[in-house]
Design a protein around this ligand. Structure first.
Ligand code: ATR
Length: 291
């Protein structure tokens, strides 16, 4: 949102099913305002039956690009002209760029997760062990990021075991040095694997507002002080999962840094302008009171 929208303003935005609470319009329009760029970022609430038409519409309306969010990150792929290699392997896109009528899909969640882990968590991924809760689209990007950085072992726990198996099947052959093990979400295996882990990531929606009394772990005694505990949720800023982890002496990190950093990568793909992630994160923390 430049001060004035004019005939040259380029449109970017977000496509999703329930996006009223998305922070992305705020984040992107704040950057646009701060740097006086002639772009405008809009929310597009879209029904699944319209997804094909809407993605075709990006070309028809000459929209520069969009973020794709829940639940369309996987479904959008088949409507694109090209998909960047890591996004294809992951099987999910969170960004579409329109280059003169050709739509290319990217997954900037990978770089967003890595950057938040390294810069906000001060975590070195190589040779570490991680436990991942959940096996949806977000988990796929997280697992891929960890594999790319040479993690030693990833244990994926999911209610639906088949989905965890599918991640292993899709990704393990690209990273033969790392081990992926899958489990149903049950306490006994969780205890054993979390005890030996350095990193524990919640990629499920359990604990997200308004159901803030829920947590994906069956027992808070499973946390320990040598863990970095990461929750992809940012609303609330501190989920019950993170509160319990903090009480156990673990270092914690919420989903806001990843949201901001993946957004900055997408913004760069559309505009060629790369805002300083840390600066944007600080600005958004101030506006939203999420920290
Ligand atoms: P996203 O793209 O955000 O990852 P998703 O693909 O719907 O969203 O994945 C959500 C994840 O949260 C899944 O792993 C889901 O488990 P299932 O694969 O069994 O559906 C998990 N999840 C959501 N609600 C859950 C609940 N109440 N109990 C256990 N797992 C849950």
């Amino acid at each position: 949102m430049k001060k004035e929208i004019n005939g040259k303003t380029k449109i970017i935005g977000i496509i999703g099913k329930n996006i009223e609470n998305s922070l992305s319009p705020l984040i992107h329009n704040q950057i646009i305002l701060k740097h006086s760029l002639n772009f405008c970022y809009l929310p597009f609430q879209v029904a699944e039956t319209d997804l094909c038409k809407v993605i075709q519409g990006i070309k028809a309306l000459n929209i520069r690009g969009v973020n794709i969010t829940f639940p369309y990150k996987e479904k959008a792929i088949k409507f694109l002209d090209e998909v960047e290699e890591s996004a294809r392997r992951i099987g999910a896109v969170n960004t579409i760029v329109n280059n003169k009528g050709a739509l290319t899909g990217y997954n900037t969640d990978v770089i967003g997760f890595k950057k938040s882990l390294q810069e906000d968590g001060k975590f070195v991924i190589k040779e570490k062990k991680a436990v991942i809760l959940g096996a949806g689209g977000a988990a796929r990007a997280v697992v891929y990021a960890l594999l790319e950085e040479g993690i030693k072992e990833i244990c994926i726990f999911n209610r639906t075991l088949e989905k965890a198996k599918k991640i292993k099947q899709d990704l393990s052959s690209f990273f033969p040095k790392s081990r992926i093990i899958v489990f149903p979400l049950e306490e006994e295996d969780l205890k054993d694997k979390i005890e030996k882990a350095h990193l524990l990531v919640n990629t499920t929606s359990i604990g997200m507002a308004p159901r803030v009394d829920n947590t994906p772990l069956p027992d808070e005694k499973l946390f320990h002080p040598n863990l970095l505990v990461y929750d992809l949720i940012y609303h609330p800023a501190k989920t019950l999962f993170l509160k319990q982890a903090e009480r156990a002496g673990a270092k914690i990190i919420n989903g806001l840094p990843m949201l901001v950093y993946q957004g900055m990568e997408s913004f760069y793909l559309w505009t060629g302008f790369k805002p300083e992630g840390e600066e944007v994160l600080e600005m958004i923390e101030k506006i939203t009171q999420i920290a």
